[in-house]
Design a protein around this ligand. Structure first.
Ligand SMILES: Cc1cc2nc3c(=O)[nH]c(=O)nc-3n(C[C@H](O)[C@H](O)[C@H](O)COP(=O)(O)O)c2cc1C
Length: 176
C-alpha cells in the first residue's frame, strides 16, 4: 500500500494510543471463512461498511489470526454482527475460552453462504462477501469485500464493546 513513511518521533506513544482507543465504541462481529474442518473465525470490532453502491465492506484482520490466510486463499468471508445476548460467542471467537480452529463454531447455528462461507443464523445481520481486494498494513490486512448476499433480523439489538467491556445501547436520543 502506498503511503508516507513516518519516523518514530512522528508517532503517538503506543500505550497512550491504546488507552484512548479503549474509549471508542465498536460493534462486535465475527468474521469467518472456509468450509467444514477448514472453517476459521475471529471476533472483530474493526469491520465497517465501505460504500453502499456497490455494496462493499471492509475488515481489518491481524495477519496472525487463524482466519487470515483462509480468507486470502478462499477469496471469501462473512461479516456477522453479534446481538447483545451473544457475549459468550464473542469471547469464544476471541479465543478467551481457549478454543481454536473449526471447533469454535460448534456451539452456534451456522449456515453456508452463497460463497461457501459460514454464516451465523442468529446474528443481527450477516454479510456474505467475495474478497474484492486486500491491503497489508503493518500487522494487519484490510480485507475488502463485495457483498453478494445478506440477512437481517430487525428485532435484534447489537452487541457493543467499549472501555474493555461488552454491553448494549440503553438509550437513543429521539430522532429530530
Ligand atoms: C472486542 C474484541 C475486538 C477485536 N477486534 C479485532 C479486530 O478488529 N481485528 C483483529 O484482527 N482482531 C481483533 N480481536 C482479536 C481477535 O479476536 C483474537 O486475537 C482472536 O483470538 C484471533 O484469532 P485466532 O485465535 O484464530 O488467531 C478482537 C478481540 C476482541 C475481544
Amino acid at each position: 500500500m502506498s503511503g508516507q513513511d513516518f519516523s518514530v518521533a512522528d508517532h503517538v506513544e503506543t500505550a497512550a494510543f491504546k488507552s484512548a482507543l479503549r474509549a471508542v465504541v465498536g460493534s462486535v462481529s465475527i468474521v469467518a471463512s472456509g468450509q467444514g474442518d477448514d472453517r476459521r473465525g475471529l471476533t472483530v470490532t474493526a469491520a465497517v461498511s465501505l460504500c453502499v453502491d456497490p455494496p462493499m465492506v471492509l475488515a481489518c484482520i491481524n495477519r496472525s489470526a487463524e482466519a487470515h490466510d483462509v480468507i486470502l486463499r478462499t477469496g471469501a468471508f462473512s461479516w456477522n454482527v453479534l446481538s447483545a445476548d451473544q457475549v459468550q460467542l464473542a469471547e469464544r471467537f476471541a479465543a478467551l475460552d481457549g478454543s481454536k480452529g473449526a471447533s469454535r463454531f460448534s456451539p452456534a447455528d451456522w449456515g453456508e453462504g452463497v460463497t461457501g462461507v459460514p454464516v451465523l443464523r442468529q446474528s443481527v445481520c450477516s454479510f456474505d462477501c467475495r474478497l474484492q481486494d486486500s491491503a497489508e498494513v503493518a500487522t494487519h490486512t484490510i480485507m475488502i469485500g463485495a457483498v453478494v448476499a445478506q440477512s437481517h433480523d430487525q428485532d435484534k439489538v447489537p452487541l457493543i464493546y467499549s472501555l474493555g467491556r461488552f454491553g448494549r445501547i440503553e438509550h437513543f436520543e429521539s430522532a429530530k
